[in-house]
Write a protein that binds this ligand. Structure first.
Ligand code: GLC
Length: 425
């Protein structure tokens, strides 16, 4: 069941030929408007530090349409808040961001507020993308962004320790709990961590626990509250029990992606839920656990669980100064060549479907086909124009349950109540 082998590997940096890239459909078009010139692109923290070099490729060949990267904080919530402040300034004639690399879960909200503009479908290679990612870029039947990066959660584990103990990596919550509870302390490690600080990462981890148990949070595009179920309670109980019983360390309640990755990479954790970039980082040369780790799909109550679909989409601000250049840059960033770099340099899962079957890449990264499977089976977050409020409620309530301030039963009841209040507003 170990599908990512415990081999350490550095990132393959491909030498690419600068020719051969042809922008498609660069004419002014509905929604994309016209106008060429310099751009700013705002993004959440570039955790693998690759984006600058990708954009340099564009800037070298497009001297009149240079893009300036504005890197915002690592935390999805802080990035979202800063983007919104800027987009609102745009409504008053200010605003610095022409383009935004937005989380997949924000498309509906940004579109519903009119902060980002609809884009013409035929200008972008949507047919070449993995099918679930395109849906995250649409709202009300229109395309409001173009998928750029996708993501699915994995369970990373210390393959060296499990091999020493003669056990397979866990497929179920019971196996995960048992190993985290018994083996981790014997080896002086913490058991299990994910991203449990109250922010978008906790919403993701909570949704994965609920979905894995067979539950849901909202139905009908955010219109119906479905969280009041035994399955949702079981999911929240799994996370709460971990902290109560100590196989989730208390310090994990302060972890975002980077802190949790660091704990695993420093050799302090037996199991970690994180995105594939953490596997690549922990396997890289110089990492204390390089060559000692593996990754499997997230476990669930009776077998593999369900990951949340992560990733980001490229959107164009309503007030973009040069929308035609913005559309051209999006076409560049979603071209096959750049999507390859997103993966090999940025350790981020590309949206282009054919790369997952590229023989050269599969040879170098044997886990690609399974990563594809994880993305294809991942479940999206609720598509709601009030997604920000939905996420805030989930984070607050689940954090209270994990810190023992509220029982899982009470937490599910409160979730149902507070989510219903948001839907009825
Ligand atoms: C990653 C995912 C994104 C998610 C975020 C949560 O960046 O790609 O979709 O919202 O993590 O922290």
């Amino acid at each position: 069941m170990r599908w990512i082998h415990a081999a350490g590997r550095g990132l393959l940096v491909l030498v690419v030929v600068m020719t051969g890239y042809i922008t498609s459909g660069v004419n002014a078009d509905e929604g994309a408007g016209s106008g060429r010139g310099p751009l700013t692109l705002a993004t959440a923290g570039d955790l693998t530090g690759y984006l600058g070099s990708v954009l340099e490729g564009w800037n070298r060949t497009h001297p009149d349409e240079k893009v300036t990267l504005v890197e915002l904080p690592d935390s999805a919530d802080e990035t979202r808040a800063q983007m919104i402040t800027d987009l609102r300034d745009g409504d008053d004639g200010g605003g610095r961001f022409d383009m935004l690399n937005i989380d997949v879960s924000w498309t509906s909200e940004f579109a519903a507020h009119g902060w980002i503009r609809p884009l013409p479908r035929d200008r972008f290679p949507l047919g070449t993308f993995l099918p679930p990612v395109v849906d995250t870029a649409t709202y009300d039947g229109r395309l409001y962004a173009v998928p750029y990066v996708t993501n699915a959660g994995l369970l990373l584990y210390r393959a060296d320790i499990l091999a020493k103990e003669g056990v397979d990596p866990p497929r179920t919550w019971a196996e995960l709990e048992k190993q985290a509870k018994t083996l981790a302390p014997e080896h002086g490690l913490d058991g299990y961590a994910g991203q449990f600080l109250p922010y978008e990462g906790l919403t993701v981890n909570a949704a994965e626990a609920v979905y894995s148990a067979g539950g849901s949070i909202l139905g009908d595009e955010g219109e119906r509250v479905t969280v009041n179920s035994t399955a949702a309670r079981e999911g929240i109980e799994f996370l709460s029990r971990g902290v109560r019983e100590g196989w989730i360390p208390k310090r994990a309640l302060t972890y975002k992606e980077e802190e949790s990755k660091q704990a695993f990479q420093d050799g302090r954790l037996l199991f970690l839920r994180n995105w594939p970039y953490a596997y690549v980082g922990a396997s890289a040369e110089g990492s204390p656990v390089a060559g000692k780790i593996g990754a499997v799909p997230l476990p669930g109550p009776d077998g593999p669980g369900t990951s949340v679909l992560g990733g980001s989409n490229l959107a164009v601000s309503t007030h973009a100064r040069h929308p035609d250049s913005a559309a051209r840059l999006i076409a560049y960033l979603t071209s096959e060549r750049v999507q390859r770099q997103v993966f090999t340099r940025g350790a981020l899962p590309p949206v282009r479907a054919d790369l997952y079957e590229d023989p050269e890449l599969v040879r170098e990264f044997p886990y690609l086909p399974t990563l594809r499977e994880s993305v294809l089976t991942a479940a999206p977050r609720p598509k709601s124009p009030r997604y920000d409020q939905v996420s805030l409620v989930v984070q607050a309530v689940v954090h209270d349950a994990m810190t023992g301030r509220e029982t899982p039963e009470a937490a599910v009841r409160r979730l149902a109540r507070e989510l219903a209040a948001i839907s009825s507003r």
